[in-house]
Design a protein around this ligand. Structure first.
Ligand SMILES: NC(=O)c1ccc[n+]([C@@H]2O[C@H](COP(=O)([O-])OP(=O)(O)OC[C@H]3O[C@@H](n4cnc5c(N)ncnc54)[C@H](O)[C@@H]3O)[C@@H](O)[C@H]2O)c1
Length: 312
């Protein structure tokens, strides 16, 4: 049932569907909650949609984009997370699952009608999931879900956004969030890493296909990030310290570290950058060879003195 309530700040809160209809944060079946910009945005105002922005890295990107002057579409399949973040940054909450093509189309339509902008200037495909497990025992369902959200969802959202940019004559920018797991394999992350590597290639392909329309497509690969889906890992102080010690910059990354790079890559300062995967990891992926044991650093057992055989 539709209902509205004022939230102040010159914005109008419009809840098209009751969150109770949506369930536990799974796919929202296209219901849209809009913290609508009352009269639309001026043609000078930049607009951005960030997927998976209801928490974690996506939330940080949405906040950074709002601070940089974008009117932000906070898209998430978790309608409550999207609404909370959108409310706090004066953005537009969009409830959709990126792996559902019709929900993606509806969310883009809703953003256009809320802002008056036919297509966003910037789209950040951040939503992603991880299903840990060795390949030998990973279920086919976990594999398919990972591919469906991380790869197919990114493809659907990027393609639909680019189509609208092209139709509106907007030389927009798309940033796909990958991972260092898409650059180098990691334990129990076979499905996840394969999807992220695929998104790196998809990004390059889109850069070539969309470039003639003035649309740039890049990806950003976060490393060991203290937030989002990694929160449970770094709640363990021992694991945290052990990992920090392996990072050349001596610390874990923050969600804001990632957000700042995304805003740079996605914005006009990077106008000639396309098809690149920018790794934001404090140097950890590049450090592997320097951490290999060397002849002068391996621990050796003390040479054993030859024992003379006792004569009998
Ligand atoms: N946190 C890290 O350590 C880390 C490291 C490298 C890469 N990444 C990548 O960064 C991105 C964000 O990760 P995070 O750590 O913030 O994750 P997170 O789990 O904290 O947040 C992900 C958000 O995406 C939403 N989401 C999931 N599936 C969706 C779907 N189908 N449609 C719409 N929304 C969906 C979730 O509801 C959630 O709000 C992901 O692509 C992840 O792979 C994270």
């Amino acid at each position: 049932m539709a209902r509205t309530s004022a939230l102040g700040g010159g914005t109008c809160w419009k809840l098209v569907s009751d969150p109770a209809d949506v369930g536990d944060g799974a796919s929202s079946r296209g219901h849209i909650m809009t913290n609508a910009v009352t009269k639309g945005v001026s043609s000078q105002t930049k607009t951005a949609i960030v997927t998976g922005a209801g928490r974690g890295i996506g939330e940080a990107i949405a906040r950074a984009a709002a601070s940089a002057g974008y009117v932000v579409g906070v898209l998430d399949r978790d309608i409550r997370g999207a609404a909370t973040v959108a409310e706090s940054i004066g953005g537009v909450a969009l409830a959709a699952a990126i792996n559902q093509e019709e929900e993606v189309a509806l969310a883009l339509d809703q953003f256009a009608s809320a802002t008056g902008a036919a297509a966003p200037d910037l789209v950040v495909n951040n939503a992603g999931i991880v299903r840990f497990g060795p390949l030998m025992t990973l279920s086919a369902q976990d594999w398919r879900e990972t591919v469906d959200v991380n790869l197919t969802g990114t493809f659907l959202m990027a393609r639909a956004s680019a189509a609208r940019m092209i139709a509106a004559g907007i030389a927009g920018s798309i940033v796909n969030i990958t991972s260092i797991n898409g650059v180098a394999p990691g334990p129990n992350a076979g499905a996840y890493g394969a999807t992220k590597a695929a998104v790196v290639l998809l990004t390059q392909q889109m850069a070539i296909e969309f470039g003639p329309h003035g649309i740039r497509v890049n990806s950003v690969a976060p490393g060991l990030i203290d937030g989002g889906m990694s929160e449970p890992i770094y709640a363990d102080e021992i694991v945290r310290a052990a990992r920090e010690a392996r990072v050349p910059l001596g610390r874990l990354g923050t969600v804001e570290d990632v957000a700042r790079v995304v805003l740079f890559v996605g914005g006009s300062e990077a106008a000639y950058l396309t098809g690149e995967n920018i790794v934001v990891d404090g140097g950890v992926v590049r450090s592997i060879i320097s951490t290999l044991p060397r002849p002068d650093s391996v621990e050796r057992r003390q040479p054993v003195e030859p024992v003379e055989a006792e004569s009998t």
